[in-house]
Ligand binder design. Structure first.
Ligand SMILES: Nc1ncnc2c1ncn2[C@@H]1O[C@H](COP(=O)(O)OP(=O)(O)OP(=O)(O)O)[C@@H](O)[C@H]1O
Ligand SMILES: [Mg+2]
Length: 265
């Protein structure tokens, strides 16, 4: 098992796209691809994890989980010695940035000192900044930057690419784009993330989504873009240019759970 202090962690990923385009859904589903996760839920959204009154904790669980579960501030699922997925119910702290920051610092410190690879999920980054939680966002950007030694990574979600603070963008290894809301968003993607090819891919995905919705068979493909410089995908003969980049650094990816358009994750 990877232990605290041992090098190596999962990727820092950003989920970006307009409202109701499936960011939270994808974040919640993909948590289970990872070993240990904490989802900071500022909306107390029932689509995250249902609270459980007395989670069954395996003997090796970090002590803080039991303490927090008792207070109802945290709920858990899929707990065993290899996997542990927690939701921090933080809706009541939305108007108390200092307290939310204190709580999140406690949990990140506890997780960083516990065995296993941990991922923190911070959704609604743009809304958090607007609500006076800039320091919280900065805290998680630092966690994402320093997490390599401690086995900790951060996944973030927001509506517009320019809402993701530069400190986060600098340490994001991968972005999942579910779409762009307007011309300014496309322009930002073109200039800062991947040029006209990537913009065309996002446009095609948005058009496909709109057509699927009109036909009453909604589907949620997205564009997965790597920032690390590695090549990952190659275009097969006959595939359109907007499906996979010539450099292999982005790819139109099928919806979480499987869909008709895009490559498998
Ligand atoms: N892969 C998928 N399979 C099935 N349903 C999906 C999928 N992705 C998204 N959905 C559905 O689409 C709806 C909107 O998704 P979600 O709430 O995740 O969007 P969002 O981008 O987080 O929106 P907001 O920005 O408003 O928070 C949900 O009802 C969700 O169940
Ligand atoms: Mg959401």
């Amino acid at each position: 098992m990877t232990s605290a202090g041992q090098a190596g962690r999962d990727r820092n990923i950003s989920f970006i796209g307009p409202p109701k385009s499936g960011k939270t859904y994808a974040m919640c589903e993909t948590r289970f691809y990872r070993m240990r996760s904490v989802y900071i839920d500022i909306t107390d959204d029932p689509a995250t994890l249902a609270p459980v009154s007395s989670p069954l904790l395996p003997p090796s669980s970090p002590g803080f989980i039991e303490q927090w579960a008792k207070s109802g501030a945290i709920s858990s699922t899929a707990l065993n010695d290899l996997s542990c997925h927690l939701t921090l119910h933080a809706g009541s702290l939305i108007d108390d940035p200092k307290e939310l920051l204190r709580v999140c610092k406690t949990v990140t410190a506890a997780a960083s000192g516990s065995p296993g690879r941990w991922t923190f999920y911070l959704d609604e980054v743009g809304a958090l900044v607007q609500h006076g939680h800039k320091k919280l966002v900065e805290h998680f950007a630092a966690v994402a930057r320093l997490g390599r030694q401690k086995g900790v990574s951060v996944c973030t979600g927001t509506h517009r690419p320019q809402e993701m603070p530069p400190a986060f963008r600098a340490v994001t290894e991968e972005t999942w784009l579910t779409g762009c809301g307007n011309y300014a968003d496309y322009e930002f993607v073109r200039r800062n993330m991947g040029g006209p090819e990537l913009v065309e891919a996002v446009r095609q995905v948005s058009a496909y989504r709109a057509a699927a919705k009109t036909a009453s068979v909604p589907e949620y493909p997205f564009v997965r873009k790597l920032h690390s410089g590695e090549r990952k995908w190659s275009r097969k003969e006959g595939e359109p240019e907007w499906l996979v980049s010539s450099d292999g650094d982005w790819c139109v990816t099928e919806q979480v759970g499987g869909g008709r358009l895009g490559r498998r994750q």
